[in-house]
Structure formats: C-alpha cells, structure tokens
Design a protein around this ligand. Sequence first.
Ligand SMILES: C[S@@+](CC[C@H](N)C(=O)[O-])C[C@H]1O[C@@H](n2cnc3c(N)ncnc32)[C@H](O)[C@@H]1O
Length: 241
Amino acid sequence: MSKRHGSYGFDAPGALIGLLLGAIALMALAAVSFALDIVAAGMAFLAGALYTLASAASYLYTTRRGKFAVWAEELRRLGGDERLLDLGCGRGAVLLMAAERLPRGRATGIDLWRSKDQSGNDEATARANAEAEGVSERVELVTGDLRDLPFGEAAFDVVVSSLAVHNIPDAEGRAQAVREAHRVLRPGGLLLIADFQHTPAYEETLRGLGVVDVRRRDAGWRFWYGGPWFATTLLEARKPA
Ligand SMILES: C[S@@+](CC[C@H](N)C(=O)[O-])C[C@H]1O[C@@H](n2cnc3c(N)ncnc32)[C@H](O)[C@@H]1O
C-alpha cells in the first residue's frame, strides 16, 4: 500500500466513541467495586473493560489502517484503464487508492456524505484528498443515493463499495442498491462489495438477476470492526458477458 497523504476520518464515529465510553464506565465500576471490597464484581468489571478496550483498539486499527491494507490488495487486479465506480466513497479511502491504479482510467465516487457514517464526511474533504493524493484529474465526485444511481446502464467496468450498503436501513432499499450496482456495470464487469452485514442478501439479489459467478469470503482480522463478530465479508461477482 502506498503512503496516504489525505485525511480519512473514522467510520461510524459514534460506535467508536460508544466503545471507549463503555470501557471507561466499566473501569470506573471496577474501581468502585474494588474500593468497596467486592472483589468478584471488580474482576468482572475489569474483564469487561479490557474486552471493550480491545474491541475499541480493533475498531480503531481497521478504520485507520486495516481496511486500507485489505483494499490495496483487492485493487491490485485493476489493469489501469478501467472506469470504476465507488458506491458510498465517503472521504475517498478506497476511491483514491483505486484512482492511483488507474493512470488511463477514471474513478467516480458517489455519496450522500453522512457524517454519522464517517467523521468529517463531505464532498470538499474528498476533493481535497484527491488533490493530496495527486489523482484529482481522474476522479469525479457525485452527490447521490445508492438506490437511484445517476449513471447509464453499463457505464462502469468495475463497481466497488466499502461498508456503505448496510447503512441503508431497509432490506428492499439495500436490494435496490445492489440492483443499481448491477445495472451500471458492463457485461463482464467486476463488482466488489465489502460489508459486515447483509452480504448473503446481496448475493441472493445478484443471483436473482442471473449473476452466477458470485462468491463471498472473509476479509480477515484487518477488517474487524471491534472483533470477529463484526468481521467484514467481501462479496465478489462478475456480471455475465
Ligand atoms: C462507513 S462510511 C464508508 C466510506 C468509504 N467507503 C470508506 O471506506 O472510507 C459509509 C458511507 O456510505 C455513505 N452512504 C450511506 N448511505 C448512503 C446512500 N443511501 N447513498 C449514498 N451514500 C450513502 C455515507 O455517507 C458514508 O460516506
């Protein structure tokens, strides 16, 4: 992975703050229990605090480093001239690494720039990051909803998405986003979705559209948002040619 020059914030900052506050509260309870000589309760609170702190450390690692490392490996397969779309690009973590690998191609990011899903999330920040990474001339940013993509059919060779589709609250909305991703992908094109929830449903939607070349795999510990129970799955599909 090349050195990053932009500034990429924290995914779902509320979840991270919740973990840190939880750890502090559990530590305080442990301290009070030990002060009152209730040793068993103190040990239980201490164990809970350490466990919650470890979850926060895992989350912090993933959002600042791990997801970049995993996507850098996934994007190695780009040939250099593709038209790529990043669904829910946020501040550009994946989009701009892709753009670096597309000297003759184009990378488009679409987002609604919701700051509860990523700290400091806005189009201007993504644009400044594209400048900082030296790829702005081949990056396009679009404000829009994943359920209603403002692009024509078969407009992209590759469609990627990292931890964005699960933010759509209802199952039908998520299925619509997957149908839209499929619509804008050219026949033979590659779809890569990383998410920590709902990937079996994404696969079902794609199979319903006639996509047979689709598989899911674990993205590994570098993509845990707090531990193995918040592991990320990578769904990879190829639209029939
Ligand atoms: C956790 S962030 C991940 C951002 C980026 N993919 C990354 O890995 O750094 C999720 C992103 O999805 C975007 N998002 C959520 N729902 C969306 C929707 N319905 N349409 C477009 N973007 C959406 C949020 O604004 C946010 O930027």
